[in-house]
Design a protein around this ligand. Structure first.
Ligand code: F6P
Length: 425
């Protein structure tokens, strides 16, 4: 068998509870399939451009470390939100990247990320083909937002949905416990930007032991503030405690985000995405003025993407599987592709992987179909819940030390690239 070169892997975009399980999958399969070294980009492509990388064999020493990595939230290697310039707009950036890849004898470049990160795979694979380079570029899907095109779902979504479902149940119990002769309203704000998959997951809370949220508003449909207030007031006539779930990205019919009506920041990231947050607090304030009731705004914020203590086993396993599938695709000569997950059956839940042209995926957003919302667009349907439910199944308990989950931590003094060592504190 011909000697294989090296692999480099990076993590990009908003982290998830299982993004490191994909990293573990890439590492394990790469070693098993005879690649020489596996390097990790420290803070993705942005770090790589500054020669920040690490030899993963200096970080992962045993099967136990692999298990710990699978249970460690956030990006072990560090992430970034960095947009590469258009090809040939800034040729030097690309030449610099290929110079580093050649220096490290990289045969395969793997990027674990969402739709913006797939833009990096698309541009690098296009540049490689245009300039006759032989390296292969493959994408591994990741995002709590579940908004990647063509894949049935994305690793990270199932665990975030499990956390959101469980937290919604707990919040509803808390609210009901105190709602005695005093009406109260709770507004829960969920991430997901322009896609309502995560917000819809609050409906998982509805069961024989929980009423579930009263109203659910997704960003796919324009939000009518007056109709919302009227609806909440109607509900308050019938019950003492009203719980509403809203997406951070709900927008008015004129295109303004609801969070812009409050005191949100004007900041945007490299891909032009607005910094969200503040929707629940704006709506809760409106409802206090309108109803005089006690209101509480709860922003789940980063908790929903880092809660590895409540990760879904299905999600952890699939995240690992897609990492391995990228190595297999590279071995079979593919480039400019992303691994996708196919749902084989719901009961028992089974899935497998295939690969798809990254040009069809990069920068695209897959939204919740309108038919998976009710007529008034203030709740999701049974089909929505049936789609999500299999993805939150099973647990993989953290390794508990001193009463808290133990995590694997990047040791930057241990095998990191030259510049990384120099900047080490
Ligand atoms: O893309 C993932 C995501 O978690 C979105 O749901 C959210 O809008 C965004 O990242 C938040 O990013 P940041 O933590 O950088 O504000």
């Amino acid at each position: 068998m011909a000697k294989k070169g090296n692999i480099i892997v990076g993590q990009s975009g908003g982290p998830t509870a299982v993004i490191n399980s994909s990293l573990a999958g890439v590492y394990k399969y790469a070693i098993d399939r005879g690649y020489d070294k596996v390097y990790g980009m420290v803070h993705g492509i942005q770090g790589l451009l500054e020669e920040q990388y690490v030899d993963l064999s200096t970080q992962i020493h045993s099967e136990l470390d692999i298990e710990l990595l699978k249970r460690t939230p956030s990006a072990f290697l560090g992430s970034c939100r960095y947009k590469l310039p258009e090809i040939f707009e800034e040729k030097e950036t690309y030449e610099k990247i290929f110079e580093i890849l050649n220096k490290l004898d990289i045969e395969v470049f793997i990027y674990i990320g969402g739709n913006d990160s797939m833009d990096t795979i698309k541009k690098l694979s296009d540049y490689a083909i245009l300039t006759g380079r032989t390296q292969k570029f493959l994408g591994v899907p990741k995002t709590i937002d579940n908004d990647l095109a063509l894949t049935d779902h994305t690793p990270g979504f199932g665990s975030a949905a499990k956390y959101i479902g469980a937290t919604t149940k707990e919040v509803i119990r808390d609210a009901q416990g105190l709602a005695y002769r005093k009406k109260q309203i709770t507004v829960l704000e969920i991430m997901g930007r322009n896609a309502g998959w995560l917000t819809g997951a609050t409906a998982l809370a509805k069961d024989e032991d929980c009423d579930g949220p009263d109203l659910i508003y997704l960003p796919e449909v324009p939000f009518d503030l007056d109709a919302f207030k009227t609806k909440v007031k109607e509900l308050l006539e019938k019950k003492d405690c009203v719980v509403v779930a809203v997406s951070e990205g709900i927008k008015l019919a004129d295109g303004r985000y609801v969070c812009e009506l409050g005191s949100s920041s004007d900041a945007v990231d490299a891909f032009g995405h607005k910094q969200m947050g503040g929707t629940a607090s704006f709506l809760a304030n409106c409802l206090t003025t309108e109803t005089g009731c006690k209101t509480r705004a709860i922003e789940l914020s980063t908790l929903q993407r880092s809660a590895s203590h409540l990760a879904s086993r299905v999600d952890i396993d699939e995240a690992f599987m897609v990492g391995g599938a990228a190595i297999k695709a590279a071995d079979e000569g593919d480039t400019g592709k992303m691994v996708i997950i196919n749902r084989v059956s719901d009961d028992p839940y089974l899935s497998d992987t295939s690969i798809f042209d990254v040009h069809r995926i990069a920068n695209e957003e897959r939204l919740v179909p309108r038919e998976w919302m009710n007529k008034e667009a203030n709740y999701v349907t049974k089909e929505f819940v049936d789609y999500v439910r299999p993805l939150i199944q099973g647990d993989l308990l953290p390794v508990m030390v001193g009463g808290l989950p133990k995590h694997l931590v990047l040791n930057r003094g241990n095998g990191a690239g030259r510049k990384a060592r120099r900047t080490m504190k």
